[in-house]
Design a binder for this molecule. Structure first.
Ligand SMILES: [Ca+2]
Length: 294
C-alpha cells in the first residue's frame, strides 16, 4: 500500500507541468514575504514599546553596569480585592496616572549597590533581597533616589501602593492569578511552597504576566507603601490606604507560602520594623512624589 502510494507521488511529480512549480514558488515567496512583513511589524511594535514603555536605570559603580528595569503601567480602572480574601472587599479603583514598576523583585545586587551591605541570609546577586523591614525599604528608597537622581528625569522612586501593586499584578486579569483561575498553571508563573523547596530563587526565571512583570506571585513577599486596613467598599481613585496604623502591607505571597497567599488579591501585613526572612520589595517610579504616609 505504502509502496503504491510512493509510486503514485513519483508519477504525479514527473507529470507536473513546470508552470505549477512556478506557481508554488510564487506562493512560497508570497508567504515568506508576508511572514517577514509580520515580523517587521512586530519588531517595530516592540521597539515602540521599548522606547515608550521601559525605563532602564543603571545602579553600577566604577564603570560596571547594573541594570534596574521598569515597565510603564498605563492609567486605568480595575476591580481591586476578592470576596474570599480577608479585608479585601472587591471595589472599583481608578489609577489616574501612568507609573513605572520594576520588572522583577529588587535583587541583592541592586540593594547592595545602594546600601553597601546585603541583609539576605542566602546570598547571590540575582536572588531577591530579603530580610528587610519596611523601615529598611524606606531607607533604601531614599538612598536610591539620591544615587540615581540624574537618571530620574522628574520621576521619584518609591514603594508601590497596594493599588499600584495589584493593578500591575493582575495585568488586566480579574481572576485569582494573572493567568486566570487554574491553579495547575501556578508553577509556570510562581515559586511557592509546592515547587520552591521553600527557598528564594533568582528573579525573572518564571513566566512574566501580560505586562512583563516577573514573580508577582510568590518568591519574595513585597512590601507596599500602605498601612494595613480593610478596603473601603466605594469606588476610589488612587487609594493610599489608611492614614495611620500598626502594620504595613505585604503582597504576592512567598516561596514558603501556599498558593492561596500568592493570589493577586491576597494581602498580608506586618510591623514596619519586622525583618521577615522572606520579605523583599519591588520599586515603582512615579511622576509625582509617592505618598508620604508615615
Ligand atoms: Ca514576589
Amino acid at each position: 500500500m505504502k509502496r503504491t502510494f510512493r509510486i503514485c507521488i513519483a508519477i504525479a511529480l514527473l507529470l507536473t507541468p513546470p508552470a505549477l512549480f512556478a506557481l508554488e514558488h510564487v506562493n512560497t515567496t508570497h508567504h515568506a514575504g508576508h511572514r517577514h512583513a509580520q515580523a517587521m511589524a512586530w519588531a517595530q511594535d516592540e521597539q515602540e514599546n521599548e522606547g515608550d514603555g521601559k525605563i532602564v536605570l543603571d545602579l553600577g559603580d566604577d564603570g560596571k553596569e547594573l541594570k534596574m528595569e521598569f515597565v510603564k503601567i498605563k492609567a486605568g480602572t480595575f476591580t481591586m480585592g476578592a470576596k474570599e480574601i480577608r479585608d479585601a472587599a472587591p471595589h472599583e479603583v481608578t489609577i489616574s496616572k501612568d507609573y513605572w514598576i520594576q520588572t522583577t523583585e529588587t535583587t541583592q545586587a541592586q540593594w547592595t549597590a545602594v546600601m553597601g551591605s546585603n541583609p539576605s541570609t542566602r546570598r547571590s546577586a540575582d536572588l531577591p533581597v530579603t530580610g528587610v523591614s519596611w523601615v529598611d525599604c524606606r531607607e533604601f528608597i531614599k538612598r536610591l533616589n539620591d544615587k540615581i537622581a540624574d537618571q530620574l528625569d522628574g520621576k521619584t522612586a518609591g514603594m508601590p501602593t497596594e493599588a499600584q501593586w495589584e493593578y500591575a499584578c493582575r495585568a488586566g486579569e480579574p481572576g485569582r492569578w494573572c493567568f486566570g483561575d487554574d491553579q495547575m498553571l501556578l508553577g509556570e508563573h510562581s515559586w511557592y511552597d509546592k515547587n520552591s523547596g521553600r527557598l528564594m530563587h533568582p528573579v525573572g526565571k518564571k513566566k512574566a504576566n501580560a505586562w512583563g512583570l516577573f514573580d508577582m506571585h510568590g518568591n519574595a513577599y513585597e512590601w507596599c507603601e500602605d498601612w494595613y486596613g480593610p478596603y473601603p467598599s466605594e469606588t476610589i481613585t488612587d487609594p493610599t490606604g489608611p492614614t495611620n496604623g500598626e502594620f504595613r502591607c505585604l503582597r504576592g505571597g512567598s516561596s514558603n507560602y501556599s498558593a492561596h497567599e500568592t493570589r493577586s488579591a491576597s494581602r498580608n501585613e506586618n510591623r514596619p520594623s519586622t525583618r521577615g526572612h522572606n520579605f523583599g520589595l519591588r520599586v515603582v517610579l512615579c511622576q509625582v512624589p509617592p505618598p508620604a504616609g508615615e
